[in-house]
Design a protein around this ligand. Structure first.
Ligand SMILES: Nc1nc2c(c(=O)[nH]1)N[C@H]1C(S)=C(S)[C@@H](COP(=O)(O)O)O[C@H]1N2
Ligand SMILES: [Mo]
Length: 306
């Protein structure tokens, strides 16, 4: 992200909450703007109707307790090692059933998008959760820009594999690259965002810099980090956790308190930051986003399609 101040921003127009929305990040978007000319990267002001009113976790909590297996298995490993990750320059290959396939610079992708804050509940399949004030834009915006062709039914994502900067890659516990996927209607849902930051920070590297997916009604592992490849495909793609343990991790992985993991209950969760003795919180169907997404699964048996 470029460290150039954009003088035409009118900060008095934004709400205090929107100020979290990343001065530095907006400056990054402005840098892209300078390179790309008139197409404006703009800044959404105010609070999204899709944000929760719950109190967000602290930046410290969000950036010190992470799953990012490319950097190790311990929750503290990503914060310990991800600093070595080079995130600029960064290109994303977009291909498959799209009108405009190619390798896109992240700066070009950010040109013309509106970055906005989305405060979402985030529920890991391991039964802990946080509330995270992401900054990002809707995945649909990018997919519409590259033009989704009629045959496309799914979107597949891949994370960077760079062993010299990712000490977990050498260990054989996952088959790299980390892969995830969504059905096209899930990908196009307004809740689904590509996030480039949180609070007033560009995305911390341990949280998936420079850009990661966030799908708040699904278990956290669907929200793939540090994306380098997006493909529009006809068949349901292979996904990392499903490949590893298909009986434990389904393709859909919607948060569902009535479908337990074979080795633990999904009925409740531990909210990070509440302390060891904090009461557990009841897990909500679709992580509380049923109003927005339940209709996507009409007619499906969610115990089968877990
Ligand atoms: N590339 C990649 N993406 C990933 C993971 C990972 O190990 N590698 N872990 C997933 C899991 S299990 C969770 S819970 C979230 C954690 O995101 P956070 O560290 O930003 O809270 O990232 C997901 N995305
Ligand atoms: Mo997770």
């Amino acid at each position: 992200m470029r460290n150039v101040y954009r003088s035409d921003l009118n900060w008095s127009d934004v709400t205090p909450r929107a100020v979290w929305m990343s001065r530095r990040q907006l400056i990054g978007a402005a840098g892209a703007l300078a390179l790309a000319g008139p197409a404006a990267a703009s800044i959404g002001a105010g609070k999204s109707a899709l944000s929760t009113d719950e109190t967000p976790n602290t930046l410290e909590e969000i950036s010190s307790y992470n799953n990012f297996y490319e950097f190790g298995l311990d929750k503290a490993d990503p914060a310990r090692y991800a600093d070595a990750l080079t995130v600029d320059p960064w290109a994303i290959e977009i291909g498959g059933l799209v009108d405009k396939p190619g390798s896109y610079d992240l700066a070009d992708i950010l040109t013309g998008v509106t970055l906005e804050e989305r405060i979402y509940r985030f529920r890991c399949v391991e039964a802990w959760s946080m509330v995270i004030p992401w900054v990002g834009f809707e995945l649909a915006t990018l997919l519409n820009r590259v033009g989704v062709q009629p045959g496309a039914k799914f979107v597949a994502f891949e994370t960077l594999v760079r062993p010299e900067e990712m000490p977990g890659i050498g260990a054989g516990y996952l088959d790299w690259p980390y892969r995830e996927g969504l059905r096209l209607d899930e990908a196009m849902n307004p809740l689904t965002i590509l996030a480039t930051g949180l609070y007033d920070e560009p995305m911390p590297k341990q949280n998936g810099a420079p850009m990661r997916l966030v799908v708040p009604w699904k278990y956290g592992f669907k929200s793939i980090k540090s994306i380098v490849k997006i493909s529009l495909v006809e068949e349901m793609p292979q996904t990392t956790w499903n490949m590893l343990q298909p009986r434990e991790y389904g393709f859909y992985s919607n948060v569902n308190p009535t479908v337990d993991h074979p080795r633990w209950s999904q009925a409740s969760e531990r909210r990070i930051g509440g302390g060891f003795f904090a009461p557990r919180v009841d897990t909500q169907m679709f992580n509380g986003y049923g109003e927005q997404v339940a209709s996507l699964y009409a007619g499906q048996d969610l115990a089968q399609d877990f």
